[in-house]
Design a protein around this ligand. Sequence first.
Ligand code: CP
Ligand code: NVA
Length: 326
Amino acid sequence: MAVDLKGRSFLKLLDFTPEEIHEFLSLAAQRKADKKAGIKHSALEGRNIALLFEKPSTRTRCAFTVACIDEGAHPEYLGKGDIQFGKKETVADTARVLGRMFDGIEFRGFDHKTVEGLAEHAGVPVWNGLTDDWHPTQFLADVLTMQEEFGDLEGQTLAFVGDGRNNVANSIMVGCAKLGMHCRIVSPEELYPEPDLVAAVREIASTTGGSLTVTSSIEEGVAGADAIYADVWASMGEEDLIADRIRTLGRYKITEKMMSMTGKPGTIFLHCLPAFHNLDTEVSRQYPDIQEVEDAVFEGPQSRVFDQAENRLHTIKAVMVATLGR
Ligand code: CP
Ligand code: NVA
C-alpha cells in the first residue's frame, strides 16, 4: 500500500516508520531534481503557513519560506516577540487560533512539549523546526546528503562527534536506527545520550539491522565511518555552558587527522550549521577555543556542509507537501 502521510504532524522521527522516512526522502530527491530542471509544482497553492520561532534560525526559516513559495503557499513569520504566545496566551489557545487561520504551522523553540501542545490543539499539521530535544527535519537533509554521496543508506556508518545528548544527536540516533544505519555517538561520558533513549534506539536498530555505539573513544568511534558529523558544543539556550564545553569537548574537535582515522578516503564531513570553524564571528572572537571543526576540514574536499544546507530546502518542502499537499 502506498505511504499516506496526509494530515500528519512531523514532531520527531520516533513517530515514523522506515517506509515513511524513505517516502520523505524520495519526494525530496524528486522535488530537488525538478527544481534544478525548472519544473514547477503547486501542491500547496492557496495554503497559508505560520512559521513560529522562539529561537533564531537561518536555514530552517529560509527553507520553510522558500519551500512555501516554490509550492504556491504563503509563509508568515511570527517571531516570539511579535505575538502574544507564551506571555499572555497559552500554547493551547494560540494553537486553536492559528489552526483557524493557517493550514500548517512550523514551530522552533525550547520545550518539546510546546510543539506537542501545538499539534494537539491546532487541528492542522505542525512541523518541528527544532526543539531542545529533537531536530527531525535536519536529519532528513543529513541523510539525503549521504544518499546522494553513497547511494543506499542501509549499512552506512555515521559518527556524530561532540555533545552526544543534544537535539541533533538524538535525531541522528533515532533516524539511523530506523533506516538500518550504524550510528556512533562519540562524546565524553558526561555528555552521553539519555540511557532510556539509547535503549529505545537499540530496540529499533535490532529490527532494522542498524546499530548504535556510544563511546568516548575517538579511535573506536570514527573507525570505518562513512560520515563524521559535528554540531556546536553549546546549543541555543546553553550559552552559559560555553566555557565548560570548551573544557569537556576540546579534544573532540574534528581535525584532518581525525578524518583520516576512519581509514576510508571517501569519508565525508557533515555539520548542521551554524559552525565555529574560524575566528570570523562575534562569538568565536569572544571564545577563540570554541571551535568544533578545523577550518581545513570545513573548507576541505571531504566537506559536504553546503550541500547539506541546501538539502534543508528540499527535505522541508517534502515534509510539507507529503503532509499537506494536494
Ligand atoms: N541547521 C539549522 O537548523 O540551522 P538554523 O539554526 O540556521 O535554522
Ligand atoms: N544543537 C544546535 C543545532 C542548531 C541547528 C542547537 O540547538 O543550537
